[in-house]
Design a protein around this ligand. Structure first.
Ligand SMILES: Nc1ncnc2c1ncn2[C@@H]1O[C@H](COP(=O)(O)OP(=O)(O)OP(=O)(O)O)[C@@H](O)[C@H]1O
Length: 247
């Protein structure tokens, strides 16, 4: 296994507030790696450091052998990023946004297939300001994939999507991975993590609690809780927040 992302002892503060205390993990080439954790655990801060959008206060990060702080220009060509609450100019149309983003990359993805895969055809001439929350979300996924990245970092991939769109997006992500793209997925949806992720890191209060497969975490939780079966959600609840002492 080749590690394409290596995070070692990451530390990040906002003023006096410690957002990430000590986070280490590696992501292997071609896997879908989930990052789970309660609100405020430090997930977004961690992935923003990986993307080079924030400067760590300590620790080291390598992405495809590059340092996100130093080599950000090179990295943006190879890492697709879906931002939480992505904002675009209100008047930019969906089709224009895709064309604009395609122009940033040497070998962009085919716009038509992305439009079809994400169900954006009906809104291709709609201005960004007039899109629903779910349509904005679909566009942000399309924009994360438009550069044909080797790694895609998706923060709250399906938040705000209706159940059908959520399932279609899961299918799309599985297809993207089948093409060899490594995916980092920050999510609050345990079913999403169970279905998509090969491994997940559970983060709580700025620290990694555990890294394992969803099935192994569920099995461990069942043993801890004395149940025949447990879900990833059971494991999550047992591992984080006030219940963390069960661990
Ligand atoms: N720009 C900022 N300035 C100050 N504090 C911040 C900033 N961004 C995040 N924080 C704080 O850092 C901590 C970690 O935030 P972060 O957004 O990384 O958590 P998260 O795990 O992504 O949360 P959520 O699940 O709610 O999205 C939180 O306590 C948050 O309030």
């Amino acid at each position: 296994m080749t590690a394409v992302i290596e995070v070692r002892e990451l530390h990040k503060k906002y003023g006096a507030k410690v957002a990430v205390e000590d986070v280490s993990f590696t992501v292997d080439e071609g896997e879908i790696f989930g990052i789970l954790g309660p609100n405020g655990a430090g997930k977004t801060t961690t992935v923003e450091c990986v993307e080079g959008l924030r400067k760590p206060d300590g620790g080291s990060i390598r992405v495809l052998g590059l340092d996100p702080g130093r080599d950000r220009a090179e990295l943006t060509q190879r890492v697709g990023v879906q931002l939480q609450d992505a904002q675009l100019p209100e008047k930019l149309k969906v089709g224009e946004a895709l064309d604009l983003y395609r122009s940033f990359y040497p070998e962009p993805a085919d716009a038509e297939s992305l439009i079809a895969a994400l169900g954006l055809d009906a809104v291709r001439r709609t201005r960004f300001g007039k899109l629903s929350g779910g349509q904005k979300q679909r566009l942000s996924i399309a924009l994360a994939l438009v550069g044909n990245p080797r790694i895609a970092v998706l923060d709250e991939l399906t938040t705000g999507l209706d159940p059908r769109a959520r399932r279609e997006t899961w299918k799309l992500i599985a297809d993207v991975r089948a093409r060899g793209v490594t995916i980092v997925l920050v999510t609050h949806f345990m079913e999403e993590a169970e279905r998509l992720c090969d491994r997940v890191a559970v983060i709580d209060s700025g620290r990694v609690v555990t890294v394992d497969t969803p099935a192994a975490l569920a099995k461990r939780a069942a043993a801890q809780l004395g149940l025949e079966r447990a879900s990833l959600e059971d494991a999550f609840v047992a591992l984080t927040g006030e219940n963390a002492d069960v661990n």
